[in-house]
Design a protein. Structure first.
Length: 438
């Protein structure tokens, strides 16, 4: 039964490896075409996203002025600001922008990274505008024409908020609370547009077009099939017009693509050289278990790269450093296991027994050391920004995958190997020392 389970685990690992290779392998993705069955399926083409320091671009840091905003609304105001700027940058056509909010002391900051953007001034002009929220109605003189303004803007809106839909579970509505002058304007607009939509524009783009069911005196509620994600997005967009935040540039720098690629080449060379040295050390010092660890290390690398591509991890130079660091940590777990295994062999235990005991006794050390690394990386991610967050994400992924490969993959392969008679010589595990001798 144990033998069967081991081979089932090996099969599962091989299937997982095959899937990872399909993701990692360079090209245009998997393409299956069978004319007889009229099948023409093309899988997704996964690519590793490169950060600003690798492909070049612009890095801008803004300081946000929240002095006129109440303390309990500052977090929402920053999120609204981030959402608006993200929409503008997406409309600008920038691929894979990074927009993050942070706080340094009492100063609220917004960091924007625009990979591949060379026209810095145009990007800054696009980002630097104050959000413009407008309410418009159908053109009464020309129904087919563009909606026309009604004098109702974001300055008239006090607050938008999410409210539960009492008629449908897990459904949400958006309440609009207008200022006194805004209520009067909104009442007139709704009175002449019953049965027609009111268009809500943000920076010239329609973000919602609710239909007016009746004349509304006071506040309003936008109903619809909103889930919590869509409702929160619309509320942030509405509040961005109601709570405009002024920003100023405090740091701006441009990274050349040539410099980034040169650094990438050096990092890759260092990583490959380190990988070769580690694999040689493991094979020479630990013999057969070391070779198994080297094979597992190759699988580890493939698995991590597949995760980077599938989940869109943005790789920076700091991320490359974290990846290389996690390779060493993956080997470290195997070193603990093999040293424990050698200790058990010195006591006279059989290879299978020494293997199981070695893994069991090394597990607590592996668990604790990797848990400490994950906690540290989580703290970096929570309080860091930019490349620090990227470093933390890559490190967390690397540590988790290393635990899987060291404890599950290596253990599975070793269980199969130690039961082969031609691979049961103590020299393959202890060098010149004989099994059972201290």
């Amino acid at each position: 039964m144990k033998k069967r389970k081991n081979w089932m685990r090996v099969t599962a690992i091989m299937l997982l490896l095959a899937g990872a290779l399909l993701v990692v392998w360079p090209g245009q993705g998997l393409h299956i075409k069978i004319d007889v069955l009229k099948i023409d399926w093309k899988g997704p083409d996964f690519k590793i996203k490169q950060g600003l320091d690798l492909q070049g671009g612009t890095h801008i840091v803004y300081s946000a002025d929240l002095s006129d905003i109440e303390d309990d609304k500052k977090s929402d105001a920053m999120e609204s600001l981030r959402s608006v700027i993200e929409n503008r940058i997406n409309a600008f056509g920038v691929a894979e922008p990074i927009i993050q909010t942070s706080k340094l002391g009492s100063e609220d900051r917004l960091t924007v990274e625009l990979p591949g953007v060379s026209n810095v001034q145009e990007a800054m002009d696009l980002i630097g505008k104050t959000a413009e929220l407008e309410f418009k109605e159908e053109n009464l003189d020309n129904p087919q024409g563009a909606p026309q303004g009604v004098g109702l803007t974001g300055k008239d809106l006090e607050k938008a908020a999410i409210v539960d839909d009492q008629t449908k579970p897990n459904n949400y509505n958006i309440s609009l609370k207008f200022k006194s002058d805004g209520q009067k304007k909104f009442e007139k607009v709704t009175e002449r547009n019953v049965g027609k939509p009111i268009y809500i524009f943000l920076d010239g783009e329609v973000i919602s077009a609710p239909k007016v069911n009746e004349k509304i005196s006071g506040n309003a509620v936008i109903t619809g099939d909103f889930n919590i994600k869509d409702a929160k997005k619309l509320v942030n967009q509405l509040n961005s017009g109601a709570l405009p935040v002024s920003i100023k540039v405090i740091e701006q720098r441009t990274v050349g693509a040539t410099l980034g690629q040169e650094d990438m080449k050096k990092s890759l060379f260092a990583g490959i050289l380190g990988l070769i040295m580690v694999t040689l050390f493991m094979a020479l010092y630990y013999r057969l278990p070391g070779i198994v660890a080297d094979i597992t290390l190759i699988l580890y690398t493939i698995f991590v790269l597949a995760i980077f591509k599938m989940f869109g991890v943005t790789l920076t130079l700091a991320g490359v450093a974290a990846f290389i660091l996690s390779i060493g940590m993956a080997v470290d777990a195997n070193v603990l296991i093999f040293e424990r295994m050698k200790e058990e062999l010195h006591t006279g235990k059989s290879l299978p027994s020494a293997l199981e005991t070695g893994f069991k006794r090394a597990w607590t050390s592996i668990r604790d050391s990797n848990s400490a690394s994950i906690i540290t990386a989580t703290v970096l991610f929570s309080f860091g920004s930019g490349v620090i967050k990227g470093f933390a994400v890559v490190l967390i992924i690397g540590v988790l995958v290393s635990m899987f490969t060291a404890v599950f993959v290596t253990r599975t392969f070793m269980r199969v190997i130690v039961r082969r008679k031609f691979l049961s010589s103590p020299k393959l595990y202890l060098g010149a020392k004989k099994e059972g001798k201290k």
